[in-house]
Design a protein around this ligand. Sequence first.
Ligand code: ZN
Length: 299
Amino acid sequence: MRFSVLALLLALACSPAFAQTYSGPIIDVHLHVGPAAPGAPNPATGQPTTANSDAERERLTLERMRRHGIVLGLVSGPDAAMASMRRAGGDNTIWAGAFLDDGRTPLPPVEMLRKAFINGELKVMGEIGAQYHGLNPSDAWFEPYLALAEELDIPVGIHTGLAPPGTPYGCCPGFSVDLGNPMRLEPMLKRHPKLRVWLMHAGWPYLQETKAILYMYPQVHADLSVINWIIPRQEFHDYLQALITAGMGDRLMFGSDQMVWPEAITQAVEGIDSAAFLGPAQKRAIFHDNAARFLRIDR
Ligand SMILES: [Zn+2]
C-alpha cells in the first residue's frame, strides 16, 4: 500500500499533462510572426514544430491564443505577416510592433514610423533586437526613434539578456552578451523620463541589474518571455521569485516569445501558472493587469 501511494505520487509528479489553474484573461506582450520553419525542433522539447507552413503558423498561433484566453497579442515580424495576422485575429486582438530585424538596421525611417503610429498600423516599438546587431540601445542611432516614441507616447520593448547559444557564431557576429545587460539602458532612460520602456526577457540572467533598473526607474516594466519556457524551469522560477521578493510583482508582464513554435505559448503559460509561490492575485497581475495598465488599455 505504502509503495503504491508512493508510485502514484511519483507518477503525478512526473506527469507531462498540464492543467492550467489560472482561468482569467491573458495579454501576451511578446509574439512573433513571419515565415514558418518546417520541422524546426522546439528548443525546450526537441520535438518538431507543429506549424509546417506560414498559414499554419498563423492559424495555430491564434488557436493557442484562444485556448489560453489570450485577449491581446503584441506581434512583431515582417510587415506583410503582421498585416495578415491582424486581418485574421482582428485589430483589437493583434497589435503590430516596429521590428528591428536582420534586414533593416537600425529601423525604418523615423517619418515612416511616425505615420504608421499615427494611423494605428503600428502600436508599439519592438522587438528592438539591437543586441543582435552589436548596437547599444543608449547610443545615438536610437535617439530619433526614442524621441518619437516619447513624443507619441508609444511603448518601447527592448530585447535584454541573452540569445540562443552560439548566436555570435551563427546569424549575428555583432552579438555580445554585454549588450544585453539592462544597465545599458540607463543613459537613455535618464534622457527620456516619460518613455514607456519594457525589458524583454526580464534581463535574465542579469538579476541584480534588472532589480536595480526596475527599482530606480519606476516606469520600466519587464516581460517574462522565452525564459518562461526555454531555460530550466527551476532556474526560471528562482529568477521570477527573486523579482517578486524584490517587490517587482506589479511590473512583470506575461510574454511567450512564440517564434515558429505555436505550442510554446502553452509552455510559456505553464511556466508562470506552475509557480507555486504565486497567489491568484499575483498571477492575475502578471498574466493581464500589469500589461493592461502599462499599455493603457485599462482606461
Ligand atoms: Zn528577444
